[in-house]
Design a binder for this molecule. Structure first.
Ligand code: ADP
Ligand code: MG
Length: 472
């Protein structure tokens, strides 16, 4: 080989080396970025961890806060609101009743036929609450409620008859009697300046079908729970007398807080995005409005600190673009190539061409968010059971009759719980972990369908002229 030839060969070799070095460097930095993503994932997973001992701490904190909230107004972040519902349907109510249900997204009017052990909705009108009304005045919102109700009644037979109506209002209300109260604060994305409950309806419906029902939990857009408390345990309302000796207490458990709750930087970011900062901390880890958003915040951080989502990182920067039903669909995808995850990323988040390992990462993030939520909800439920002495702890507790553990039913309802089987599995698993097999077998979670509608109508039935029918 001549000198020129050698020179060219040397030049080629140098270029090849440079390209190889660049490729190696790129691969190394890609590997480093992926390692960063994996580290973020691990950090998030550790931050969300809810091993059984921690769940037990949450249970105990819930019990402590329940006591504090019952002792005095403002004694706890748990408001433990009196509902003045001292009688629940016993299963023998009869007649036609109505209910109106103002929830997180929809407003509904129902006509309900009660009798022969069943509750049948015979007519229903459902309308989406116009977005502007969730930010307007209370008058505007209630005008809308009244107009919808008026239209409903006008199309009924015998429209001049008096009707008995139950009103489910899925916001925290400080009640002054069974039919009056004042709004404490808007939650669930509602923000209405000049003003602030559906679990009680769920409890009523659950109790209608099964008198062992002692508590109700909603896990939908938001989350809340209520249960039957002895009036003498409601210290903040001394001398409270009811025929039944009990009263339904609306816990407003979405606002529960404890240092034992596994809080991550993403939860803090989420809180900062909301209008009710520093409030509804438990709800923000559990319920439908928030789960998708927590996952989005994690994915966005990953996108910023690596190139896992390529040029599409920006598309992850918009709050609330990943809804909880989408998160559920991602977690549910069991196809070998995660084709549903690919479709959701592409169509809903505008992130095309994700490799399989990135799709797996997204599934994992959604799983962590789901698992934490479901397990914390389980701890909350056990907290109520423990307060009632029905968690099997303490042999002499009132949860045992004649050496037997008493059967306990918790009515449960809400779009997230009903629509997301993985969530339910995680919740059941955690209940068994905390309670142990034997006690967990005595606790039934019973899904009620439409407690906020039919349950409210049943309460109207119990609290109308036929008061003696109710029991608690
Ligand atoms: P609300 O009565 O407060 O409006 P719902 O009980 O109807 O709420 O629940 C609606 C919420 O449930 C939605 O915000 C959504 O986040 C969640 N949800 C509905 N369907 C599903 C599903 N299939 N998977 C997961 N979450 C769901
Ligand atoms: Mg609802």
């Amino acid at each position: 080989m001549g000198r020129v030839g050698l020179g060219v060969a040397a030049g080629c070799a140098a270029a090849t080396c440079a390209i190889a070095a660049a490729l190696v460097a790129r691969r190394a930095s890609a590997r480093a970025r992926w390692r960063r993503v994996v580290a973020l994932l691990r950090e998030f997973e550790d931050g969300c961890a809810t091993p059984t001992p921690r769940l037990r701490q949450v249970v105990d904190a819930m019990v402590v806060e329940m006591h504090a909230g019952l002792a005095s107004d403002g004694g706890s972040k748990l408001k433990m609101l009196l509902t003045f519902v001292d009688a629940l349907p016993a299963g023998n109510e009869q007649g036609t009743y109505y209910s109106i249900d103002l929830g997180g997204t929809n407003f509904r009017v129902l006509r309900v036929e009660v009798g022969a052990g069943s509750v049948v909705t015979s007519r229903k009108v459902e309308v989406t609450i116009p977005e502007e009304l969730t930010k307007g005045t209370i008058e505007e919102l209630f005008n809308f409620v009244a107009m919808t109700l008026k239209e409903f009644v006008e199309t009924e037979d015998g429209k001049d008859e008096q009707r008995v109506l139950g009103f489910t209002f899925s916001f925290p209300v400080r009640q002054t009697s069974v039919s009056s109260g004042s709004l404490i604060r808007w939650t669930k994305g509602f923000f209405i300046e000049d003003a602030v409950n559906d679990t009680v309806g769920t409890l009523a419906l659950g109790h209608y079908y099964d008198e062992d029902t002692v508590a109700a939990v909603i896990i939908g857009a938001g989350t809340n729970a209520c249960y039957i408390e002895r009036t003498d345990a409601i210290i903040k309302c001394q001398g409270l007398l009811t025929n039944s000796g009990g009263m339904v207490v609306n816990m407003e458990w979405g606002n529960f807080w404890s240092s034992h709750l596994p809080r991550t930087p993403y939860d803090i970011s989420l809180d900062d995005e909301t209008q009710n900062r520093n409030d509804q901390g438990f709800e923000k880890m559990i319920s439908g409005i928030y789960l998708g958003e927590i996952a989005r915040l994690v994915l966005h951080r990953m996108a910023l600190e690596s190139d896992v989502f390529g040029d599409a990182a920006y598309n992850l920067s918009t709050p609330f673009t990943l809804s909880t039903p989408l998160l559920a669909a991602i977690r549910k995808d069991d196809s070998p190539d995660l084709s549903e995850v690919r479709r959701i990323l592409q169509e809903h988040l505008k992130i095309p061409d994700t490799p399989l390992k990135t799709r797996r990462l997204v599934v994992k993030v959604c799983d962590i968010v789901t698992q934490r939520a479901a397990r914390l909800a389980a701890a909350g439920i056990v907290g109520i059971l423990k307060k009632l002495g029905r968690d099997g702890s303490g042999v002499a507790s009132s949860g045992r009759t004649r050496g037997q553990l008493r059967r306990t039913v918790v009515a449960i309802e809400g779009g997230l719980y009903e629509g997301y089987p993985v969530f339910r599995e995680y919740l059941d698993e955690a209940l068994v972990e905390i309670l142990g097999e034997e006690v967990a077998q005595t606790v039934a979670l019973r899904v009620t369908v439409d407690g906020s509608g039919a349950g409210a109508a049943l309460l109207a039935a119990v609290h109308s002229s036929n008061r003696q029918q109710g029991s608690i």
